[in-house]
Design a protein around this ligand. Sequence first.
Ligand code: SAM
Ligand code: SF4
Length: 541
Amino acid sequence: MPKKVYIRTFGCQMNVRDSEIILGMLKKRGYTQVESPDRADVVLFNTCSVRKHAEDRVWSNIGVLRELKANNKPIIGIVGCMAQNYQDEVFRRFPYIDFVCGPANIYGIPDLVKKAGKEKTQLLAVNRVKRPLLCDGNSRKNKLKAFVSIMYGCNNFCSYCIVPYVRGRQLSRPLRHIIDEVKDLAGRGCPEITLLGQNVNSYGQDLKGKTGFVGLLEKLNRIEGIERIRFMTSHPKDASKKLFCAMRDLSKVCKHLHLPLQSGSDKILSLMNRGYTFRDYSGLIECLRKIIPDCNITSDIIVGFPQESEADFQKTYQAMQKIRFDQAFIFKYSPRPKTKAARLEDDVPLKVKQRRNNALLKLQKITSTVLVMFCVLLLFNGHVFAGNEVFRNAEALILKDSYSQAARECEKILARNPRARIKAKAYYLLGICLLKEGKFDQAKKNFNELLRRYPGSKFCDEAKAALSRSSFSVQVGCFAKEANARRLRDELINLGFGAYILKLKGESLYRVRVGKFAGRQDAQSLEQRLKTRGYPTKICQ
Ligand code: SAM
Ligand code: SF4
């Protein structure tokens, strides 16, 4: 009987990648993966220590594993940052754990599992400071998108951050290893890669060779079969015009930059040891937007760092208003062991942290939707929102950006209401909702129905105009192989996007596009939805 392994991953993409590597090693030794711990011979938790909240979740989940253990089975291992952080304290708290293994020791996991099965002692593997630089190999589930670690650890020592203590100092993987891995992925038909590292744009600073991050991007951009290159995270202190130009000029590199700001107050940035001021940061954003005007910019923010006054917080609020991130992840500060900030008094009460967190979340939500609201109001020319009771729900849903629900409301109105004037408007609104969803063909059908049934309606001209203006679309991929384009199109259709393949005359490329829109703003709002699902996008006209 093949043995079964269950692995649960907490935390960031780097942990996701490490879990793939661990699974790959165990599968080579005959293990199969199962989705439930009670069916497994080996249970592994790959853990995260970045925030206290993440750790608390892991502790309570480890507690639940106690019930699983009977007759010394299954073998239970705690892996990753918490393993490194707490070491044998894990055994003291949970005596039924078989082994604890830090991130730099993960290549020893098959041996640990074997040993734990034979010897009935608890095993601690946290001794490695440097991770061995191996070719990580192929053990990925997703065949179309792959994470590729390009570096491990971090040298920056931001005062709040535990990463350098649990993941060690920056260690860039040799260029050759990365290129071989990416070529191997391309050979297996994987068109999209995401380069991972705590600070990808510091890549190579610890290597003897001259290739830095931009050089790496240039080399990867040349690999045949790779069609999209994404990367995260970048640090503002190493971001440069050279990087932004490379993002613009390298055709396969997606126009998305995750650039954590952390705070808008220079006092707090300095206490955080971030190495830049807000002015430096906004200068970078200005430069980026000049070079790539429609670049997607996302960020991380921490609220409630020690000594963050209301005035400091307001600076962060204003910074977010000024920059208008496409998306921002807001975190409440929590002190982390060993870090410099842990020596400062955690003096912002939890209630205040929560309030600041909510205020920034609300602001980000408004930033993301305000553009959409504006274009809806423009498109409807005011007169559609004439206070007709029948349309109250549909209109409210449209204003909330809930187009598929609004479309269902319109369909209900069409089914129930016999009055021509009402039906004409329902056809029109339904068509608009479908357009907003990027479903051009269905929208066209609806507008044609309106024109055929109610030729004298005032909505006919609006419908014709909406159709004729529909020249913007969102491109999600561009492939040399039609099969890859078809796979992406079908994936998008399954998610509810009106995707189609476009092959221009005289070109051998297959473009996967979504929607046809009258205005750039509509395309932008669709683009936003695609981006939040992790798709790289480009607006086309
Ligand atoms: N290397 C990236 C950088 O320089 O921004 C981010 C890495 S960190 C693992 C991910 C995010 O977690 C950080 O950007 C920060 O916003 C947040 N974070 C890290 N330590 C934190 C702490 N002690 N409390 C709250 N948030 C924290
Ligand atoms: Fe942590 Fe700062 Fe390194 Fe990012 S740059 S991993 S926040 S120490």
